[in-house]
Design a binder for this molecule. Structure first.
Ligand code: CO
Length: 403
């Protein structure tokens, strides 16, 4: 019996944010596993949750029984469903799957039923964005020329509040943010997509991430205004606190919808999936608790004709990218994959990272997740504390927009 002998949590920032990686060592010195536990805004809380609370539960336990260990970790704290504990569980869960693949000598997609496709079609997480419509058009053209087929457009630029605005918004001047006028945002989005269709026709697949910036009636207005421009999807129209509004939006637009990067738990995605309120489910799989729950979401979605587009921003380690990708390859209801091109430093820290060829992403064929972690390289990139500087959007009167 191979058992868990040691668990280490690393925080490293070879890109522009802190990545959290969990390494499980076993009683077999040749076998270890890696998992992504990145909640970059609260990286130290994840490290504490893994090192102080999960590791002591797991020492000496058999590595084989992933589902049982997942349920034990989830139930152990009694209070559950939060992003800190779920990400911590994800680090362990993905590392256990990595170990299982290595022990069986197979890439993970084989354990999930084998390949449905050779690679995953991606779109880049960085939006086509600019200070005016002209620069957005230029940015979309560059992407099209580079061979991108799916392009997410950023909408009108959210400008950093001027010193004067900051003074008006926050009397103590302490919190600096961006200023958004919802009506200008709505008309700016519609103008951008109208211009893009006039310039490039209806061939390119174009998307918009609303990032929960609008009130429900404003969102309905935007969706109706965008209807003629045939978006591939409209993303995150409402925050998880306002999911019931999806019913109304669904009745008012034929534009496909995508949602779910902020979901923590089944109470959120089950409502959306079983009521067929989205076309694409966008879960951030470490936020759910790793591969084990993500595969269950994918199966539930399949039953309701909904496809996956896992959330793939820069605050996801290549270990987490590989975890998503092994699921992508093995499920019939794969939709698309969001992807952030790694820096050279990231690839140095994570040898064997998934590889982009054209606009498809491929895993290597090594057993398990196929990604390694160079602890010495990681030390060169100490944490940068991204969570302390996150941009906060505000209405012109200073009210915080929860986006
Ligand atoms: Co999003």
């Amino acid at each position: 019996m191979v058992t868990i002998s040691n668990i280490k949590t690393f925080i490293t920032a070879p890109g522009r944010c802190d990545l959290v990686v969990v390494k499980i060592e076993t009683s077999d010195p040749t076998i270890y596993g890696l998992g992504c536990a990145t909640f970059t805004q609260r990286a130290l809380a994840i490290k504490t949750a893994v090192d102080e609370y999960l590791a002591p539960l797991l020492y000496g336990r058999c590595v084989n029984n992933i589902e049982d260990l997942w349920q034990s970790m989830y139930g152990n704290s009694y209070w559950r469903n939060g992003p800190v504990l779920n990400n911590a569980i994800s680090g362990i869960d993905e590392a256990l799957w990595d170990i299982k693949g290595k022990m069986l000598g197979a890439p993970l997609y084989e354990l999930f039923g084998g390949k449905c496709r050779k690679g995953a079609q991606v779109y880049l997480s960085g939006n086509a964005y600019g200070s005016d419509t002209e620069s957005v058009v230029r940015c979309v053209k560059e992407r099209l020329d580079a061979g991108c087929r799916y392009i997410r457009v950023g909408g009108p630029k959210v400008s950093e509040a001027s010193a004067e605005e900051t003074q008006r918004q926050m009397p103590d001047g302490a919190i600096y943010g961006g200023s958004i006028d919802p009506d200008e945002f709505i008309s700016g989005c519609i103008e951008q997509f109208k211009t893009l269709r006039e310039q490039f026709g209806y061939g390119p697949k174009l998307m918009l991430d609303v990032h929960e910036k609008l009130t429900p009636p404003q969102m309905l207005k935007l969706a109706k205004g965008l209807e003629p421009y045939d978006l591939f999807f409209l993303e995150d129209c409402f925050s998880p606190e306002k999911l019931e509004w999806l019913n109304l939006l669904r009745m008012h637009t034929t534009t496909p919808l995508s949602i779910g990067e902020l979901f923590n738990n089944e109470n959120e995605y089950r409502y959306v999936i079983t009521n067929r309120l989205t076309d694409y489910i966008r879960c951030h799989i470490s936020q759910l608790g790793g591969i084990t729950p993500a595969r269950k979401v994918a199966v539930l979605a399949e039953q309701f004709g909904i496809k996956t587009i896992w959330h793939g921003p820069g605050d996801l380690s290549p270990v987490g990218v590989a975890a998503q990708l092994h699921i992508d390859l093995a499920i019939p209801n794969f939709g698309l994959q969001e992807y952030t091109v790694p820096t050279k430093a990231i690839n140095d820290v994570f040898p064997g990272s998934p590889e982009l060829r054209g606009d498809y992403l491929y895993v290597n064929e090594a057993p398990g997740l196929g990604v390694d972690f160079d602890e010495g390289e990681a030390e060169k990139y100490p944490p940068i504390g991204y969570g302390l500087t996150r941009f906060i959007n505000r209405l012109p009167d200073g009210t915080v927009i929860r986006s």
